[in-house]
Write a protein of this length. Structure first.
Length: 424
């Protein structure tokens, strides 16, 4: 089985693409139970039994993880399960600082790692780290739900007679003809066309492989590390914020955005990750899109006034189907190797006249998004599974190549945590 990587191609050569989630399970657990539950959960999701390849036409794809020849200068690989849970005594922060520098071997089927970093008779703490090509934030949430169901013996996944796993789900690019693209992205449809022509003229059929990605990781991370700040927002504080949101007819995300705008004091370019699961499926796969707004806090007006303005800007984009699909169609229209080059420009291992100019235009250079926000809102999974309870849940989004300050929000039960992730 093969599924082409289309709208998520820009994630393939990104050197900072690690999605993290940290949970604490209250209840007596054993190492064997955790391992067995993790392994069963992995087998439940089709994408975790696949690998990534790049064919002779430079098309990247997922395929069932079997013995196969990778056309990116790798020899035949015997695929074994690379998605594993391990036990360690390092702090979760130290684990991230170590693992973010390691490239996921996605060509060997490695998409997900889990680390049990603390464990006693009352419960355990687990850090999940996933490559974005393994799925979006909600994908990892649903994996954790599957894992907890297995751990508690409450396997709630019901398959049809012919199904054995939750199938991979991604968002295809669709028709990329000039006319179709213009309908999707408007006048900006000319931008990919111009840069693709320049790229082909300058680099002809230049392609990159996983060895280039190895070099990019080594170069980018040799003098960098990420910083993660977690802020637990008390139920009382959340209640007060939600009360104001209801009074002002705004969302929680707009409130948080306005708080950052007031703190920053300058006009900000803010990106938002948006769930694109129109059918509400719980499969793993990258099913997210994005919107963006630009706004400067008006100190002559009240916080309420600014928050309402921010919400109006967000709503205008969210209620516009074309605006929500814009970024996926726009990016998918660029030549595959040019998208790879943007990330290598960011990593500092490749540069050309065309890719450098486009990287600057799209925010892969020094000028990135000022703030990127992913609010998973109140998670649509239980916090209690039989004798076990998830009494802590933290979401750590990746510092993607075109982002600077990455904010993650998630609420499970009475636990609301906001994280700020940056690379320095």
């Amino acid at each position: 089985m093969r599924v082409n990587i289309e709208t998520e191609r820009q994630d393939l050569f990104d050197v900072s693409i690690l999605i993290g989630m940290r949970i604490h399970i209250r209840g007596s657990v054993t190492e064997n139970a955790l391992k067995e539950s993790f392994e069963k959960a992995v087998k439940t999701h089709e994408i975790l039994g696949m690998r990534v390849g790049i064919d002779d036409e430079n098309v990247a794809y997922y395929e069932t993880a079997q013995n196969s020849t990778d056309n990116t200068n790798h020899e035949d690989i015997k695929i074994e399960n690379k998605n594993v849970l391990t036990f360690c005594t390092d702090s979760w922060l130290d684990i991230i600082k170590r693992e973010e520098k390691k490239r996921f071997r996605i060509e060997e089927g490695e998409f997900l790692k889990a680390f049990v970093y603390e464990m006693d008779e009352e419960g355990c703490g687990i850090l999940f780290l996933m490559h974005h090509l393994g799925g979006d934030g909600k994908s990892l949430v649903y994996f954790i739900e599957t894992f907890m169901n297995e751990l508690s013996g409450l396997n709630s996944i019901e398959f049809s007679e012919n199904e054995k796993v939750l199938e991979i789900r991604t968002i295809p690019a669709g028709d990329m003809s000039d006319e179709a693209l213009k309908d999707k992205v408007g006048p900006l449809a000319i931008v990919p066309k111009i840069y693709n022509a320049k790229w082909q003229k300058e680099e002809k059929r230049r392609t990159f492989d996983f060895f280039d990605l190895d070099e990019a990781y080594e170069t980018y991370w040799k003098d960098k590390s990420s910083t993660i700040q977690e802020y637990v927002i008390s139920p009382e504080r959340v209640s007060k914020i939600l009360s104001r949101c209801k009074e002002w007819n705004i969302g929680f995300t707009a409130y948080i955005t306005t708080s950052f705008l007031r703190w920053k004091g300058t006009k900000m370019d803010i990106g938002y990750a948006v769930d694109a699961r129109e059918d509400g499926n719980r499969s793993m796969g990258n099913q997210a899109t994005g919107i963006s707004i630009k706004y400067a806090y008006n100190y002559d007006k009240s916080f309420e006034y600014n928050a309402i303005k921010v919400q109006k800007l967000m709503t205008k984009k969210l209620e516009d189907d074309e605006a929500r699909r814009f970024v996926l169609s726009f990016m998918a229209a660029f030549d595959n190797s040019l998208l790879d080059a943007l990330n290598l420009e960011h990593a500092g291992t490749f540069s050309s006249k065309t890719s450098k100019k486009l990287a600057k235009l799209l925010g892969y250079g020094k000028k990135t998004k000022d703030l990127s926000i992913t609010n998973l809102t109140r998670l649509d999974i239980p916090d209690t599974y039989g004798d076990f309870k998830l009494d802590y849940f933290s979401f750590i989004p990746p510092v993607i190549s075109y982002g600077r300050n990455i904010l993650g929000l998630a609420t499970l039960g009475d636990c609301t945590v906001m994280t700020l992730h940056r690379v320095k």
